[in-house]
Design a protein around this ligand. Structure first.
Ligand code: URA
Length: 302
């Protein structure tokens, strides 16, 4: 029989999970019923077991020792304690500037993937309006971005700025970020595992900013955000309903009204620099976005 949590137990679980959060642990899992030998007691049980090290704690085994995770045995269906309590730390903060700061701090001097030791100068977090209605997501920093610590500041960035201007808005009004926050050596395409390691931070940024529309610039951004493998021809020309993966939006979140946004795919500006004939197609994508946002393009001046 589904049941809700006893308030006292709920408080105890919340305190325990907060304790783990303070240690930097946000990933929990429930042991499946079959692993528990069917010993689900009517009174719920919270025990610690030597099971696993959280995935975001690479390189910190010494601090983490003994390696522990929380295993919770409870037949609760109506109310999943993890969905209620295991929110990301920024989700209880209403100021988006502060919330983004927390995510940045959480990233720290990131060494989670190999890109940290392949010549990156700095992490390129993201830039722009923390309450932007429109967000652009690229692939990863290039040399200029790596040097300046800001996405899209090189040649591709100049073109992106012009695209934004053509929409009748400014770069400062939107938010710009990338799938990976460190420059891949020689501007190679980021590997799948690098995207998978880094993108949860982008998902958290998106959940804080709560845009109305995201424009994925190029195939890497589109495929990572949509978690699907398709060609640009298949991906462009329509909206997708997007919810940031791994983010729980519960009634304790600071904006229960935001339940994801639209996502459109267009060509990466670096591709448009190589093949300017496709600019018209990209403009069609942006016009679709403008219509969705109720925006009118500025009149062309002569
Ligand atoms: N290309 C990207 O994908 N992102 C940048 O920030 C710059 C170039």
């Amino acid at each position: 029989m589904p049941r809700t949590l006893d308030p006292q137990l709920r408080r105890a679980l919340a305190a325990r999970i907060r304790y783990y959060n303070e240690l930097g642990i946000y990933d929990f899992y429930r042991r499946p019923l079959s692993d528990r030998g069917g010993e689900i007691a009517a009174a719920t049980v919270m025990d610690e077991a030597e099971i696993a090290v959280p995935t975001n704690q690479q390189g910190s085994e010494e601090e983490m020792s003994p390696r522990k995770a929380v295993a919770i045995a409870m037949p609760v269906i109506e109310e999943n304690i993890f969905e209620v309590i295991a929110l990301k730390p920024e989700q209880s903060i209403s100021d988006p500037v502060q919330a983004l700061k927390i995510i940045r701090e959480d990233l720290g001097d990131c060494t989670r993937c190999v890109l940290h030791k392949q010549g990156r100068k700095q992490i390129v977090f993201g830039v722009g309006n923390p309450t932007a209605e429109l967000m652009f997501v690229g692939e990863g920093p290039g040399a200029d971005e790596d040097a300046q610590g800001e996405p899209f500041v090189g040649r591709a960035g100049q073109l992106l700025n012009n695209m934004i201007k053509a929409m009748g808005i400014t770069r400062e009004q939107v938010y710009i970020a990338n799938i990976v926050k460190c420059r891949p050596p020689g501007n190679r395409t980021p590997e799948r595992d690098e995207c998978a390691t880094c993108s949860p931070f982008l998902m958290r940024q998106i959940a804080v900013i709560k845009p109305k529309v995201i424009v994925a610039l190029g195939a890497v951004a589109a495929k990572t955000l949509l978690a699907m493998n398709a060609s640009m021809a298949q991906l462009r020309g329509r909206f997708y309903d997007f919810r940031p993966a791994g983010i729980r939006n519960t009634d304790r979140s600071n904006d229960p009204a935001w339940d994801g946004c639209k996502l459109a795919v267009t060509y990466h500006p670096a591709f448009l620099l190589r093949d300017p004939r496709q600019k018209g197609e990209a403009w069609k994508d942006l016009q679709m976005v403008m219509k969705e946002l109720g925006m009118k393009a500025p009149k062309a001046t002569t």
